[in-house]
Design a protein. Structure first.
Length: 255
């Protein structure tokens, strides 16, 4: 396969992942669950992380336990935990559309900056232009055309989700660049955060998981827009730069 075809397939993989990501907030909203985004994010982390670890173990990966203890593995896990929890807190406070746009609109900017520092990736001119356009769009969304910008807990949570996204994407890319299989790298990122996410659920609100609707949405969020989505995401991350992957996922809020 030529480099051009490889890049095209990587682009397609990230698009598929983005479509799956885009169902996240809607699934929570349609389920009508009255629970904090903190615990929904924790449940998604537990289900998705376990599913990804089981997948790579079934594929014969034996090095994953060592990777959990590497610097990039620990940082990637911290990033996914930050992202999962703050993303759901953001959409709970801001609404699905606004929360998603802020989180995913800011993520490529944070990713490009972090990948430049950590991976020495070059920020492309088209990315700068796109970031400015997206930034202006998010600004208009936040303030409207005749109101004042209000910084809120929900806004900060959504921006924190963008930072978490950058942390796990860049560190997963670092693992892939070091020769780790892309699916394994994402399993490390999401599986590494499972213990803390489980503790958050255990000491917090977990009773909603005893309801059919609660368990159903937790399983859906963990399997489809997490395990399956990040399987495709990893395939794209293997052949594309971290900043490019983050830029492509800007299509998620459209879904």
């Amino acid at each position: 396969m030529t480099r051009s075809n490889t890049a095209k397939s990587g682009f397609l993989f990230v698009v598929i992942a983005s479509v799956l990501f885009g169902t996240t907030g809607t699934a929570q909203q349609l389920a009508g669950i009255e629970v904090s985004g903190l615990f929904i994010g924790a449940a998604r982390q537990v289900v998705g992380g376990i599913a990804l670890v089981i997948l790579v173990l079934a594929l014969g990966e034996k090095q994953i336990w060592k990777l959990f203890r590497t610097k990039n593995g620990i940082l990637a896990a911290a990033g996914t935990l930050i992202y999962q929890i703050t993303f759901f807190i953001g959409i709970t406070n801001n609404g699905v559309s606004v929360g998603t746009v802020i989180a995913l609109g800011s993520a490529p900017v944070f990713t490009a900056l972090l990948s430049r520092f950590v991976l020495k990736e070059v920020i492309q001119r088209y990315q700068v232009i796109l970031f400015l356009v997206v930034g202006f769009g998010v600004w208009l969304l936040l303030i409207g055309f005749d109101s004042q910008l209000e910084f809120s807990f929900g806004l900060l949570a959504s921006l924190a989700a963008g930072v978490g996204y950058a942390i796990y994407t860049v560190n997963a890319k670092a693992l892939v660049s070091a020769g780790v299989d892309s699916t394994t790298a994402l399993a490390v990122a999401f599986g590494g955060g499972v213990p803390i996410a489980f503790i958050l659920l255990a000491v917090g609100d977990w009773q909603w998981l005893l309801e059919v609707s609660g368990l159903s949405v937790a399983l859906y969020l963990g399997i489809f827009p997490t395990a399956l989505a990040y399987f495709f995401f990893g395939k794209g991350l293997r052949v594309l730069s971290a900043a490019t992957v983050a830029t492509i996922t800007l299509i998620e809020p459209v879904v």
